[in-house]
Design a protein around this ligand. Structure first.
Ligand SMILES: Cc1cc2nc3c(=O)[nH]c(=O)nc-3n(C[C@H](O)[C@H](O)[C@H](O)COP(=O)(O)O)c2cc1C
Length: 353
């Protein structure tokens, strides 16, 4: 599947067009709504107070409750935009956000309101498309799970990367902070609220598993390399600044004897005892779960006074931001990362018809 996102945060609507959806997938609207609810804003105090229902209207590609194989378009209306909050951003770009880069890229014609096309809100249609992708993948026995790996330096429990406990990961799905260890989740929650009270924000990381991907899919070629395909999808998510497969950056301090994943006899195919390589060797799935970690930066829009430049005068300026922002993006990024992983999986040759 390939997608094209459209819309701006404070325009009438946002949406997505999905190409390459197999025909005959049941468009399970309850499942789609439950996925949308995981990302939807309006759950203060942890998240932005913008209140959006995020109801998707499917306007093409579904007939009599099933996908019909033609381009599938879903639209989500923007109902709670307050553009006045962003008047300052036009002249004084937010540090860490895309305001200045977009201003230069689009010659001043960009819709700057609420971050325009660069708003985290544009991840809602990605979650919708990811839900369609998940429905298609379920038929192939492929399931995607993610949890918050850490926030503000506080780590969740680490699942066994080779044989993750699917039930435990599923149980994290609908938590306000999707973690395995609730005490750690509570500590993360306190850290988020403390950051908010300081007018600041915090970052973290999301760990994601693609389970059930058969061995032998992908290729070393960059177009079909599993790491390349996943990276392209994950880096399309705003605020993702690093991606690690398996042990990732920890490999730097390992020896080969510790980094290698010993092969064990299995049925019908061998399995590995550990999964430091994240289920991928040579750009090809090895039959173990694909495991990756995406690092999410702290929310750039913060309530503190920040240094910027007045683009009209070229002079130094201060920015005091109004608007409604998550003090931490990470919990709401979990379903978005899952959606991106699902969309990536559908792009791997051989996964879908
Ligand atoms: C689910 C989600 C919600 C987000 N919410 C906000 C927000 O409320 N305020 C904000 O400044 N950035 C938010 N962002 C991040 C910005 O969209 C992002 O930092 C910006 O587009 C610049 O892109 P970059 O960080 O990838 O360089 C959010 C991102 C995601 C994934």
């Amino acid at each position: 599947m390939r997608y094209s996102l459209f819309g701006e945060s404070h325009g009438p609507a946002i949406g997505i067009v999905l190409q390459g959806v197999p025909a005959g997938i049941v468009a399970d609207m309850d499942f789609i709504a439950s996925e949308m609810a995981r990302r939807a804003p309006g759950k203060p105090p942890l998240a932005t107070q913008r209140s959006e229902k995020d109801t998707v209207r499917i306007i093409s590609g579904v007939f009599e409750g099933k996908t019909c194989g033609t381009p599938l378009c879903g639209i989500i209306e923007n109902t709670d935009a307050r553009s006045g909050d962003y008047a300052a951003v036009r002249r004084t770009p937010r540090p860490g956000h895309a305001d200045f880069a977009a201003h230069v890229r689009y010659g001043g014609f960009e819709d700057f309101r609420g971050g325009g096309h660069f708003s985290g809100r544009l991840t809602a249609p990605i979650v919708f498309a990811g839900a369609i992708a998940k429905l298609a993948l379920m038929q192939k026995g492929i399931e995607i799970f993610a949890h918050v790996k850490n926030i503000a330096g506080i780590a969740d429990d680490s699942p066994d990367a080779a044989f993750p406990d699917a039930a435990a990961l599923r149980s994290a799905r609908d938590k306000e902070i999707p973690v395995l260890n609730d005490a750690r989740g509570e500590a993360m929650r306190r850290a988020i609220l403390e950051a908010r009270d300081r007018g600041d924000s915090v970052g973290g990381a999301v760990e994601c598993f693609i389970a059930g991907l058969p061995a032998g899919l992908g290729s070393p070629d960059f177009d079909e390399n599993l790491e390349s395909i996943i990276a392209r999808h994950i880096f399309a998510i705003p605020a993702v600044k690093a991606l690690e497969f398996g042990a990732g950056t920890a490999f730097a301090a390992m020896c080969g004897s510790g980094a290698n994943d010993p092969w064990l006899p299995g049925s019908p195919l061998p399995v590995t005892q550990s999964n430091h390589n994240g289920g991928i060797n040579g750009g090809i799935s090895n039959g173990m779960p694909v495991v990756f970690t995406a690092t999410i930066k702290p929310t750039p829009s913060i309530a503190r006074t920040q240094r910027t430049v007045d683009l009209a005068t070229g002079k130094a300026a201060e920015l005091n931001l109004a608007g409604r922002h998550d003090p931490c993006i990470v919990p709401r990024a979990v379903p978005v990362i899952e959606a991106a992983a699902a969309l990536a999986a559908t792009e791997i040759p051989g996964v879908l018809p």
